[in-house]
Design a protein around this ligand. Sequence first.
Ligand SMILES: [Zn+2]
Length: 476
Amino acid sequence: MCTCRKDRTIADNSLPGSILPGTTLPGTTHPGNTIPTDALTRATVDLLRDLIRNACVNDGTADSGGEIRSVRTLEGFFAGSGLDLEVVEPHPGRASLITRIRGTDPGAPSLALVGHLDVVPVHEAGWSRDPFAAEIVDGEIWGRGALDMLCLTASYAAVTRAIATGSFRPRGDLVFAAVADEEAGSGLGVEWLTENRLDLIDADFVLTESGGVPVGSTPSISTTIGEKGLAGRRLIVHGTPGHGSAPWGARNAAIIAADAVHRLARYHAPVQITADWRRYVAALDLDPALAARLLDPVRIIDALHELGTLAGFAHASTHTTVSPNVVRAGDKDNVIPALATVTLDIRVLPGIAAADVDAYLREALGELMADVTIEGEGFEAATRSPIDTPLYDALGAAARRAYPNADLLPMLSVGGSDARFYRRRGIPAYGFALLSRRWDYGMFRQLFHGNDERIDVESVSLTVNALDAVVRDLHG
Ligand SMILES: [Zn+2]
């Protein structure tokens, strides 16, 4: 059992057991601590560890990432499988690998398994272990990307190789795509492929990140069916330059920008209680009084803090959010800055248009608008897939092989993923996995892009076997 300091920290920050009955935290004794040894799981775990060690860290610059390392790993993984591998590299080092198993029936729907190879940077000081060593400790594989989303990418590869080398012949095409640059907007990954090599990655149905957390006692398995949209906006703050030795009364752009940031932090866009949010609250098995407050536009803000690690997710699920993430002002020690910029990360719920976003910003900034210009028109609406599809049915059936009474819990992701490039074109895309009972949704979100990211081998096994069942069910 892992009794290290970090695990206790996570347990301390997690939800009280009363909110998510039936779930346990890492480090707790549980029956799944023996490592499953089926061939699919073994192959997936080995590949996952190699992908973590490749450290394809995407810091947002074109020369980071280095996904070519993991493409080379995958070429080795598929050697001898008979698959034709296609590698694209739109920028040196930023490679994606795609392969397609042709179906026996050209009229049958095709399925693409789309996993990214890049990971976000780490804050090394916050980790209890080397984030790129892929150690296995107490049944858990540690490392950046273990959860987001190399466990899935490795599972997709293992399933694809098993189908390619086995006797099962899928009716429809099966596409495996291991892609670059998801963590920086996909301009060198799925977006590039969509614009330049759609023939490689196109399919009728898509699986990608993320999901698989057992929620509540039944349980319901979180399955992403849509995601919030994005608006790119920057505030240009205008002041008056002056000498830094006499600041009193100056129109310092940095001070005006600080005021703007504060106002945005205090501002709440109108509450939207969506059907997705209602379903999620119902699945949590909460105290009825708390559940009622979480569905009440007037009382929800005061109820958020009672959700522990889920509070930010709950807020983002019910509001269009504005986060001032890059703030710049001034360039000389003794000059009062005349200009400041505040770059905003804006995530919009379904039904919100670009004009709504600009109206929210003007409302939040109030009279500061006299000194502020809003720059940028970038806007991507939220995307959502229907759930009355044979793929969604196959996901539910696969989940019930492990959790006999489980239902899928269709969810709206508050972040972005490669699914949006498919959903925009009308192609159903879901985020699916199958995690063990040691997970709850708060911990899942905490480890995504967080310190001490890891996944238990039992969850890897559940996930890869579920995906294998999904492919054989859909294509059988
Ligand atoms: Zn991801």
